[in-house]
Design a protein around this ligand. Structure first.
Ligand SMILES: [Zn+2]
Length: 474
């Protein structure tokens, strides 16, 4: 038996591309949790799937092109920049595309909604924290209405809006409002056996220390005026069957720090147990065909209160993937999703509403209130003075820097189709391997002309030099 040549052995010993770089991150260090990365993939795949049948044009165009200052690029031969967020002391991190076109739809986009909800929830979590640390109180009030499967979503939303206005109408309404420092109202809708179930979760910011009894009395007053408003519209609410639900943070099994996240739960592929299912094709198939399993799944995800629209979308996409889209369930889900899209196309529904200033009563806006209290207790709050728009949130590049660029045409040829794989490469192995990965696909990638990009370019040159040296046997 002949020994392999030295050169051959060295070639044989050489590890795959990803492992030859001296810059790869240490295993498991500063990596994204696996489920979070998989959830991001799930959202990306759902956005892609939805684009094939959505009735909203803007939704279909999400992540489909590049913009410069909001103007769609006309294929003018410009370059698309790849931005990376690599934590200090790490060689790998997350990847984004600068100026990529985003729909910014909180209600229908699996990707945009997650980014929006993350920021809004972080702000709300901080506002609650500030209020409690300042020695004041927060109560969570949920306002619903009685519904059945024949009711459209639009009609219910209209009635609930009128009822909300009725709460604060007139002298008595204003007096009631005076008891509250401010509120953040979050709109949510689920769908279950009794049809659409739109409802509001209202965080009430209350001055000083409140007891559960006082809070309950306030809730009664609000609920009675709300119910009267609903009845004027031909609807009503059931007081002891979910109609009146008010709980005081810190007293009644409410974890104040979890509240923000709880209110942002209507996000596509948000929790680890969802991801387990996304990963498991057998269970996915089961879910699409077995009603009982589906029911159990729904209950676990929504506390038995029906499916969120993104769960409906997930079921619909699964059925389409398995070629089961002409089943009764899938046909029904498709109709529900269309109604959901149509409702948002026809009427502007705000998901999060922070109370505004009441000049006549000398009351600041909730944002102002929180910022003033935060300053008083020396807390650096994340609550911004002016609420950022959804478009601002989804196009925000802060925290990342441009490292490399490719001709715009490559965005359309390679990047938009392979973004999930590129994100994985970036997270696991970093910008150098993303650069190598693009070159392997024949993409004319080049390093940006920025100081930090130049450091990566130097590292790349060094790596190329090593690969070409005797050390690697070539
Ligand atoms: Zn979008």
């Amino acid at each position: 038996m002949t020994a392999p040549s030295a050169a051959g052995r060295r070639r044989g010993d050489a590890a795959p591309l990803g492992n030859t770089t001296p810059y790869a991150s240490a295993a498991g260090q500063d990596r994204f949790p696996d489920w979070e990365a998989t959830a991001a993939d799930g959202r990306s795949a759902a956005r892609r799937g939805l684009a094939t049948f959505t009735t909203r044009r803007r939704q279909a165009q999400c992540f489909d092109g590049l913009t410069t200052h909001g103007e769609t690029r006309a294929g003018d031969g410009s370059w698309a920049r790849l931005r990376f967020a690599v934590p200090d002391g790490c060689q790998a991190g997350s990847l984004g595309i600068e100026g990529v076109w985003r729909c910014g739809y909180w209600a229908t986009c699996p990707e945009c909604s997650a980014k929006i909800a993350a920021e809004r929830a972080a702000e709300l979590r901080d506002a609650i924290d500030v209020q409690l640390r300042h020695g004041d109180s927060v109560a969570l009030l949920t306002l619903t209405s009685r519904h059945h499967s024949g009711m459209t979503l639009v009609d219910q939303v209209k009635a609930q809006r009128a009822a909300w206005r009725a709460i604060w109408k007139g002298r008595a309404g204003q007096d009631l409002r005076d008891e509250i420092e401010g509120y953040c109202r979050v709109w949510e809708a689920t769908h279950g056996e009794n049809g659409w179930h739109p409802h509001w979760h209202v965080l009430l910011f209350l001055p000083g220390a409140w007891t559960p009894e006082q809070t309950r009395a306030l809730g009664e007053d609000i609920w009675q005026r709300y119910d009267a408003g609903l009845r004027a519209e031909g609807f009503h609410s059931l007081r002891d069957h979910g109609g009146l639900d008010i709980r005081l943070a810190g007293w009644e099994e409410i974890d104040p720090t979890a509240l923000g996240g709880y209110l942002a739960k209507g996000v596509y592929a948000d929790a680890p147990d969802v991801v387990d299912l996304v990963n498991n094709a057998d269970r996915l198939a089961l879910e699409a065909v077995a009603g009982a399993f589906k029911q159990a799944r729904q209950n676990r995800m929504t506390g038995g209160r029906g499916r969120t629209p993104f769960v409906i979308l997930e079921h619909l996409l699964t059925a389409r993937m398995l070629g089961l889209d002409d089943t009764r369930e899938a046909t029904r889900d498709a109709a529900l999703w269309r109604e959901w899209e149509r409702t948002h196309a026809d009427m502007t529904i705000r998901q999060w509403t922070w109370s505004r200033a009441r000049a006549s009563r000398g009351q600041p806006s909730l944002r102002e209130l929180v910022r003033t209290k935060a300053a008083a207790i020396g807390h650096a709050t994340v609550v911004t003075e002016v609420e950022r728009t959804e478009d601002e949130i989804v196009t925000d590049d802060a925290g990342s820097e441009p490292l490399m660029e490719v001709p715009e045409v490559e965005f359309h040829r390679v990047i938009k189709w392979e973004i999930e794989a590129m994100r994985h490469v970036s997270r696991d192995a970093g910008p150098l391997v993303v650069f190598a990965w693009l070159r392997q696909r024949g993409v004319a990638v080049r390093w940006c002309d920025d100081p930090s990009a130049r450091r990566w370019a130097a590292a790349w040159d060094c790596w190329q030099h090593l690969r070409g040296s005797a050390l690697f046997g070539t």
